[in-house]
Write a new protein. Structure first.
Ligand SMILES: [Zn+2]
Length: 307
């Protein structure tokens, strides 16, 4: 994590006869650690792109289905209990989804894991966000498929085998389903289910990281599948070539180049540590000019970026 992003590559564009240049991040030496704030942001952006694409596809086949967001929680705990409790939480979730009542009502789902921390006590709060795709019959009284919030909580309590009623929340996801194709509002709703495993801000609350349980969190998450989904949704992901890890050259913001942008080449920057943090900065170490594929072709890039 310490070395994450110390090498960055940008594609440099000239726009008309303007003096300044446009730079778009093309690649970088990212560590891909789950708890790295930089990589978490990149990964979260990828999960959003990935889920949005899969849902678009799913809604084309099931236009009348409506998405609901179910949040399942357990009580706060000290960080050294997190690993065990994550295990219990996942197991309880599997049990819940296999209850006949649930299986009949919501065959399609997508699950993510989030861990927040209580700033005062330092206790952690793991919880699951689940996007449920419900057929129109789910909402019809006569079909007897609808599950109320207290029913969700009671079933989850049974699955989790605890003596208290865990906090559960269920709400509609505006813009996701119900007869209309996925729109910007729907994409925004889906982002709720693609948030980081931990809020990157958790790391920066204090100036020093001394009290931050990074190792404990790392150990608790090690080897855990934090994202899960029903088999049919997984099939859509596979068919659409949407892997769990973001592709090497994934660019979080879909870079839209302005009219007439001309690629000049790729710049490679290295992070150079100075005597003080004010002296530390990225230094341009290499420029690779873009060669036109053939003399007749104008190297005017519109939407695709070179490798
Ligand atoms: Zn990283």
């Amino acid at each position: 994590m310490h070395d994450c992003g110390k090498i960055l590559a940008f594609d440099r564009y000239r726009i008309g006869d303007r003096e300044e240049r446009l730079r778009i991040l093309a690649n970088g030496s990212f560590c891909r650690e789950r708890l790295c704030p930089t990589c978490m942001k990149r990964n979260s952006a990828w999960q959003h792109v990935r889920l949005s694409k899969a849902v678009e596809h799913y809604l084309r086949a099931n236009p009348l289905h409506q998405a609901l967001l179910l949040t399942l929680t357990v009580r706060n705990m000290p960080v050294d209990q997190l690993r065990d409790w994550l295990g219990r939480l996942f197991k309880a979730f599997w049990k819940l989804m296999r209850y006949k009542r649930v299986k009949n009502a919501v065959p399609t789902w997508y699950r993510t894991t989030e861990i927040t921390q209580n700033a005062e006590t330092g206790d952690v709060h793991p919880h699951l966000h689940i996007v449920l795709f419900c057929p129109p019959e789910y909402f019809k009284r006569a079909k007897n498929l609808y599950i109320t919030q207290p029913e969700w909580a009671a079933m989850f309590k049974r699955a989790l085998q605890v003596d208290y009623t865990p906090v559960c929340d269920i709400r509609a996801m505006p813009g996701v389903g119900g007869g209309a194709p996925l729109d910007d509002l729907g994409r925004k709703s889906l982002f709720e289910a693609c948030k980081y495993v931990c809020e990157p801000g958790m790391f920066f609350e204090d100036d020093d990281l001394e009290d931050f349980p990074l190792i404990e969190l790392h150990d608790a998450l090690h080897g855990r599948r934090l994202i899960g989904m029903s088999a049919d949704l997984q099939r859509v992901m596979d068919e659409q070539s949407l892997p769990e890890d973001e592709p090497e050259a994934f660019i979080p913001e879909n870079a839209r180049l302005p009219e007439g942008a001309v690629l000049e080449g790729r710049e490679i920057y290295h992070w150079q540590r100075g005597k003080t943090s004010a002296d530390s900065r990225y230094v341009l170490v290499e420029f690779l000019p873009w060669r036109q594929p053939s003399a007749s072709k104008e190297a005017v890039m519109t939407s695709t970026l070179p490798d």
